[in-house]
Design a protein around this ligand. Sequence first.
Ligand code: TXA
Ligand code: MG
Length: 370
Amino acid sequence: MKGRRPRPLDDGDSGEIRVSGHLSWAKPIKNERDFNLFQSATITSMSISSNCTASVIKTAAESLINGNLVAFPTETVYGLGADANNKDAVSRVYTVKGRPVGHPLIVHISSTEYLDKWAREIPEYAIKLAKAFWPGPMTLILPRTNLAKDFVTGGQDNVGIRIPSHTVALELLREFESQGGLGVAAPSANRFGAVSPTSANAVKNELESYLSDSDLILDGGFCSVGVESAIIDCTRDVPVILRPGAITKSMVEIFLDTSIYSMKSININTQIKSPGLLESHYSPNASIFLSGIPGSGDGYIAISDKPTPLGVIRLASPINNDEFARILYRALRRADELGLEKVFVEPAIGDGIADAINDRLKKASYDPSL
Ligand code: TXA
Ligand code: MG
């Protein structure tokens, strides 16, 4: 239906998508299979269960093959995709994002069949992790093959690979591969340093003025995880977590039956170059405070049992850490839409995804002048 603005599929705050526990991203969320296609200013909506759905995916895959950009949903955040073998298309990703060159991109594939094409000397523990947690919110950094060119890896000898679990992402990747593509390079679909988008509307608001008419945005509803994938360096004898995510250090340790490192505990000089993991990142325009008391007109994000101080604007009241992760970026975007100057956030307590939430909050609140 042309010209109709698609209805958000689910606001994420209803009981319907409150899922908790391990592998919650793997559970289908309500209406996840209804999705829409945005094309520049024209919006077409269609259901994935109809024939049109397959044709939307086909059009999007052809668009990638033809060197255009396609923003697509994953279970973590929306990605801005380009054919990972097309230098010009990948270079446009950097321009649209305003991202400095040399920051490596994650290559997305639909199945482990494509892993050998991009990565070599894959350690046994990485194969175990891939089998356990893919498709899902985990990126593995592995030694690259010749297919992974400098324009994707930022000149490093390794490449980041991920198989996402979102139905739309997987169908897009499968269709792209069936048309001869080998991988889709996709960073989060936001401007450099800003908050990652967790809905198609957020992508549109963020990037519309930088995308061209031939680029597309696929709408797959709100992301079910809400924070970016865990990045695990698999170029050493033991895995090292470079960016925490929904696949946690303890999940990896229990699964591999061994202790592993996180980036915090290893010497900075021995780290592989991962320039996106900067001290300041994921920042809205509003200043973020992780301590102190909000005043009248300030924004506030805290777990649901914390009361809202008088005159303070409550932006989110998650009932648990899974929901905290899922709605955090939406709440930070809301703060900017409302033009708030200050947002106070009570960090997540506990383990699991709390580590990823607090990592992003720390970066969002980083003040270089302090
Ligand atoms: O959940 C996600 O990972 C999302 C979705 C779209 O898949 N993608 C994402 O991409 O967050 P991006 O580019 O916004 O963040 C990826 C991070 C960056 O910090 C980048 O430096 C790091 O991964 N990275 C990518 N390839 C790497 C490599 N070969 N070596 C080291 N770090 C790498
Ligand atoms: Mg990003």
